[in-house]
Design a protein around this ligand. Structure first.
Ligand SMILES: [Fe+2]
Length: 375
């Protein structure tokens, strides 16, 4: 465990990284260099950061949240029309209580929970069956100009049929999805520079990735009692995950270097949350670790539900999380960059000196991203 003093040295507030600095100045400027190294350190220390991007419009996020609330408020028979079990639910809707948090069945993950201070542990997932959340998968993919070893899904995105949703679906999904996709792709350039790589090292490796706009929905009429797990403790398998602001608090993340649970607060305005996934952990040899997170009903979630019932009595009570999973290209050769793997080793040693047990070092044998995802 991290010592008391070490925990108090690290702020519980996630660093805010300003993409505007990167976009508006030459890459060689000291200002840009400093901001890029802050981006890299935030990912190393917290596995996450808040991103400010003036190009992103809060109004687009609101329009997106309204649309998704309307969509998931439909009767189940209507939602079922957008299910594609024959495509393993890789596109369209997945209804609630289908997805299981992989941590509930995964040994090293339970090990991580054991090493956390009891006061900082996630809600107990051992007795938790599938997550009570529904999801929609909307692919945001640029087809590769080369022959791929992983052709994956060629199915068209699904547009819901309901008259009040149909027309606004694709434009809204694409507008908000592109805003988040552009933001996270540009942030990957800042992270690459901050790690001492070429700016486009990650953005090229992810240009043709199978990116997914994957909003989730939790029905707060049914699941609103304190300590309900909406999404159990887990990490994401893609490269970076980006979120817009949700209307309801409840997302907790764990910072690698503190072992503390951090309730996420995204400021109002042009802010997004970015979290590290397994692919960035792999390529950095564990220098950056995939960030653990959970979504639960806490006291602040309940206060927000009560407030919204009064302020917006006609709106559906659904917690939407606007999530985009940004992936590396399936054909990309995934292996740790040697100089980053060396730094990862040093960080482990420093952590060990501080008395922080990180468990057995993970192995990152060379593979293709497509195989890593299949596993
Ligand atoms: Fe996740």
């Amino acid at each position: 465990m991290a010592s008391e003093s070490q925990q108090s040295q690290l702020s519980m507030d996630l660093p805010i990284i300003d993409l505007d600095i990167y976009l508006n100045n030459p890459p060689t400027s000291p200002l840009v260099q400093a901001e890029c190294s802050r981006a890299a350190s935030s990912l190393i220390t917290y596995g996450a950061l808040l991103l400010h991007d003036s190009r992103v419009s809060e109004a687009d996020n609101e329009t997106f949240l309204d649309l998704l609330e309307d969509y998931f408020a439909q009767p189940e028979e209507d939602l079922k029309r957008d299910e594609r079990p024959e495509l393993s639910y890789q596109i369209g809707v997945t209804l609630e209580n289908t997805e299981k948090p992989k941590c509930a069945v995964d040994e090293p993950c339970l090990d991580i929970i054991q090493r956390l201070d009891p006061s900082q542990r996630p809600l107990d997932i051992s007795a938790h069956s599938p997550d009570p959340k529904a999801r929609f998968f909307w692919r945001m993919v640029e087809l590769p100009p080369y022959e791929t070893q992983f052709p994956g899904l060629n199915a068209e995105n699904i547009t819901p049929d309901a008259a009040h949703i149909k027309e606004r679906w694709a434009p809204t999904m694409n507008l908000w999805g592109s805003s988040m996709k552009n933001a996270v792709s540009k942030l990957s350039e800042m992270a690459a520079l901050g790690l001492g790589l070429e700016a486009d090292y990650f953005s090229n490796a992810g240009r043709y990735g199978p990116h997914l706009l994957a909003p989730t929905a939790s029905d707060l009429n049914k699941y609103a009692s304190l300590d309900t797990i909406l999404a159990g403790f887990h990490t994401d398998l893609n490269f970076l995950t980006i979120h817009g602001r949700s209307r309801y608090p409840g997302l907790n993340i764990w910072a690698r270097n503190t072992g503390s649970r951090i309730p996420v607060k995204i400021p109002q305005g042009n802010y997004l949350l970015v979290q590290a996934g397994k692919q960035i952990e792999y390529i950095t040899g564990g220098l950056i670790k995939a960030g653990y997170h959970e979504v639960v009903v806490n006291e602040r979630t309940i206060e927000t539900i009560e407030r919204r019932k009064i302020e917006f009595p006609d709106r559906p009570l659904v917690r939407i999380s606007s999530t985009l999973f940004w992936h590396l290209n399936s054909d990309f050769d995934l292996a740790p960059v040697p100089k980053l793997a060396e730094r990862a080793e040093k960080v482990r040693e420093e952590q060990a000196k501080l008395g922080r047990d990180e468990g057995e070092p993970a192995k990152y044998p060379p593979t293709k991203v497509g195989y890593q995802v299949q596993e």
